[in-house]
Design a protein around this ligand. Structure first.
Ligand code: FDA
Length: 507
């Protein structure tokens, strides 16, 4: 149902009864563009033809979120929630569906709701959704030198979207995902009610820890478990080109990395025809060196490769690829340059043969428009968590995630088409070597190519969602996610191109 101009005015009037007008921007107010762009990470979704929000609400209090949801419900205006704005397909601030269904939407921006309270004695923290991973890492490091938090590598990613979709990073093999370490949460539901874990119940609490952002309500804050880390950890980065055996090393890495001890995380980034092996070891250099000699001598790691640092400094290393950036950079919410972005991803369950890597390298990685490949190992604790424990189903049986991560700075459709067709072409070529039935994808690596929602009456079609993207992101958990949706948002107020649909009504 589409809101008319009159309804949009009523929506804005409804908001301003409870929310100071300086926090509400519309296309005719001076700060609208700056606020819209403030955390719009994918430049592909701020082109002029992208559907823009009719308003942006920069909430500074929990009550502003409740008001926005209630006014949206009342006047037929949908709400896109934005925490860090890092969605790969820009779903927190742009809508490719606006033209299709003509549904006006407002952005509810949570960037100002970013308080963090660390309780080192209990090894817990409360963190609001608008905080970034870097801000959380910094706060944990300031409170304790022997606690950490398992989450992703980019410090500007928002807590809200990241924890909603899982949260994978350098501590995952030891402690699981961010979502595996959530103890409580505060949510605003589709009726504008504020609920913690005991009020929302275990089914909704299950769904918000990995079921993807947007679908179930607005998560305002999260209580997380902090995990023990040694006061000194070790990182390294070892770069090998093709004539330094990069292909042989990647081939071997596939068998080694997923079965290393849980204290060692070893990923590979392939960029500019070089393979960069990056490690985090929860221990000292000497032990790491012995372990690498034993498990992966071919890499030729030496003690000179080691950097012994605190855990929080290791987050700087993964965020900025160097340990020499000062810790306060973790607090810089615009430390990353913006770029145009297209990502596709896979799960690899059996090592890809060396000759396949050889031909991929020659046919794809040597092209000027080649993307960054990221190979992120599973195994360790990830393999012992049941696939239904949280909505994130990619557990035992997966060796690693493989991302085809294309980013570029030049404007224009020709460049974009070249980059995107590279990603899509390689993705197609990789089909025989990756997970099948379904070809599984991690929801935080959102990919609209998998398919977008369609309406069935007034609500999102369950069947269409299931076959296009639902099985791929969630496997056997999709139906339970839809059941939770039916319970908490049967009218499908919170929806986007890939939101969880309610179960179809019994016919
Ligand atoms: P954003 O604000 O765009 O939200 C993402 C989705 O969640 C949207 O649909 C939004 O509506 C919804 N949402 C946001 N806040 C919500 C809230 N409070 N309540 C309910 N719904 C909400 N992932 C990973 O696991 N490990 C990694 O190392 C990285 N690294 C990385 C680097 C870079 C540069 C990018 C761009 C992305 C990643 N990611 C990642 C992926 C990242 O985890 C994913 O994009 C997150 O959803 C981003 O969360 P934000 O809050 O920043 O996004």
């Amino acid at each position: 149902s589409l809101a008319s101009t009159a309804e949009i005015d009523e929506f804005l009037g409804c908001l301003s009864a409870d929310i100071p007008t300086r926090l509400i921007q519309t296309p005719s107010t001076p700060s609208y563009s700056a606020l819209l762009l403030s955390t719009a990470w994918n430049l592909r979704y701020i082109l002029p033809d992208t559907s823009n929000p009719l308003g942006i609400i920069a909430a500074t209090e929990h009550a502003h979120v409740q008001t926005t949801v209630r006014c949206g419900r009342r006047h037929g205006v949908r709400v896109r929630v934005r925490s860090g704005g890092h969605d790969y397909e820009g779903l927190s601030y742009a809508s490719v569906h606006l033209h299709k269904h003509n549904e006006p939407f407002a952005v509810l921006d949570l960037a100002a709701l970013r308080a963090i309270h660390v309780d080192p004695a209990r090894a817990e923290a409360w963190v609001e959704s608008g905080a970034t991973l870097g801000e959380l890492y910094y706060a944990v490091g300031a409170a304790s030198c022997s606690l950490g938090f398992p989450a992703g590598s980019c410090p500007t990613v928002g807590i809200g979207g990241h924890l909603s979709g899982g949260g994978f990073g350098s501590l995952a093999r030891k402690y699981g995902l961010s979502a595996d370490n959530v103890l409580d949460a505060v949510v605003v539901d589709a009726n504008g009610r504020l609920m913690n874990r005991s009020a929302m119940g275990e089914d909704l609490f299950w769904a918000i820890r990995g079921g993807g952002g947007e679908s179930f309500g607005v998560v305002l804050s999260w209580k997380v478990r902090l995990v023990p880390v040694p006061e000194t950890v070790t990182v390294f980065s070892i770069i090998r080109s093709r004539n330094q055996s990069a292909i042989e090393l990647i081939t071997k890495w596939q068998e080694v990395a997923p079965v290393l001890p849980q204290d060692l995380y070893l990923r590979v980034l392939v960029l500019n025809q070089q393979a960069n092996f990056q490690a985090l070891f929860l221990g000292r250099c000497g032990d790491l060196h012995r372990l690498m000699q034993d498990r992966f001598p071919e890499l030729g790691m030496t003690e000179q490769n080691c950097r012994e640092v605190s855990w929080v400094q290791s987050t700087v290393f993964f965020g900025f690829s160097t340990t020499s950036v000062p810790l306060v950079q973790l607090l810089n919410r615009s430390s990353n340059p913006r770029y145009y972005l297209k990502v596709k991803s896979d799960h690899v369950q059996e090592p890809i043969p060396r000759d396949v890597w050889e031909s991929i390298w020659t046919a794809w990685l040597e092209k000027p428009e080649a993307a960054l490949l990221m190979l992120d190992p599973y195994g360790g604790l990830m393999s012992s968590i049941s696939p239904s424990e949280t909505p994130f189903p990619h557990r035992q049986g997966n060796l690693y995630q493989l991302q085809y991560y294309s980013f570029w700075y030049e404007n224009g459709t020709a460049v974009a088409e070249k980059r995107m067709s590279w990603v899509r072409g390689l993705y197609k070529e990789m089909e025989p070597y990756v997970s099948k039935n379904p070809r599984a994808v991690y929801v935080n690596y959102r990919d609209l190519d998998l398919g977008t929602n369609e309406l069935d009456g007034n609500v999102t079609s369950y069947e269409k969602a299931r076959v296009s993207w639902g099985d791929k992101y969630f496997k056997g958990n999709f139906k339970k996610l839809a059941a939770v949706k039916t319970m908490v948002d049967p009218h499908d107020f919170f929806r986007n191109e890939q939101s969880i649909p309610p179960l179809p009504a019994a016919k």
